[in-house]
Design a protein around this ligand. Structure first.
Ligand code: DX5
Ligand code: ZN
Length: 214
């Protein structure tokens, strides 16, 4: 079953509560929050304070995507702010198992993201500990970028490995997902689709969510 996680990055932050209510009506599964630090990625977005405020606007599970250096020092604050899923960026972790164990000890779901240029093989040793494998289909930093098609074989490779090793890890994709690319990533094996601009720049959010699901 496909899950849809709208990314608030492309929502109107002046009216964020209204945006959340609008998207909630479309029966989405998760709310995806992009945390950027201006170091790991060339953009700055939101921190624990805003995650906590968003958490008070919704009952949807919060899928917090950390695009930050040294995540260890901040994971506890994000969990306290209401994160249900906490995803770190592989390329920003010096001691991956330590960071994964830290997140697991805080009793939330843990994910790890791979940039488009990072091969699947690097995450194999840690995969069984992960609830989510987030395969980036754009270079992280901004909403509204173009889907990178060369990530498709990596999604297939991950799906095959997960099936063969009977793991429970879910494959999430993020970046340039619209009703056309959704079809491709679903076929390749993704089950959680993050989508920002396609939803929040559309006239009718629910029609777009339905098109993504179908
Ligand atoms: C990109 C973020 C994404 C972004 C996706 O760095 O991680 O979550 O919001 O936005 P779209 O769907 O517009 O590519
Ligand atoms: Zn994201």
């Amino acid at each position: 079953m496909i899950k849809i996680a709208p990314s608030l990055l492309s929502a109107d932050f002046k009216n964020i509560e209204r945006e959340i209510k609008r998207v909630e009506k479309c029966k989405v599964d998760l709310l995806h929050l992009d945390v950027m630090d201006g170091h790991f990625v060339p953009n700055i977005t939101l921190g624990p304070m805003i995650v906590e405020a968003i958490n008070r606007c919704t009952k949807l599970p919060l899928d917090v995507h950390l695009m930050i250096e040294n995540p260890d020092s901040l994971v506890e604050s994000f969990v306290k702010s209401g994160a249900d899923y906490l995803t770190i960026s592989f390329e920003a972790c010096k001691h991956l198992h330590r960071t994964i164990n830290l997140i697991k000890s805080l009793k939330v779901k843990v994910g790890c993201a791979l940039n488009p240029a990072t091969p699947f093989s690097v995450i194999k040793p840690a995969l069984k500990k992960l609830d989510l494998l987030l395969l980036m289909t754009v270079n992280p930093g901004f909403g509204g970028q173009k889907f990178i098609h060369s990530v498709l074989p990596k999604i297939e490779e991950a799906k095959k490995f997960i099936r063969e090793h009977k793991l429970k890890t879910k494959i999430e994709v993020d970046g340039g997902i619209n009703p056309q690319t959704a079809k491709l990533v679903k076929k390749a094996g993704a089950t959680i689709l993050v989508s920002g601009a396609a939803i929040f720049k559309s006239q009718n959010y629910c029609r777009t969510v339905k098109a993504l699901r179908e």
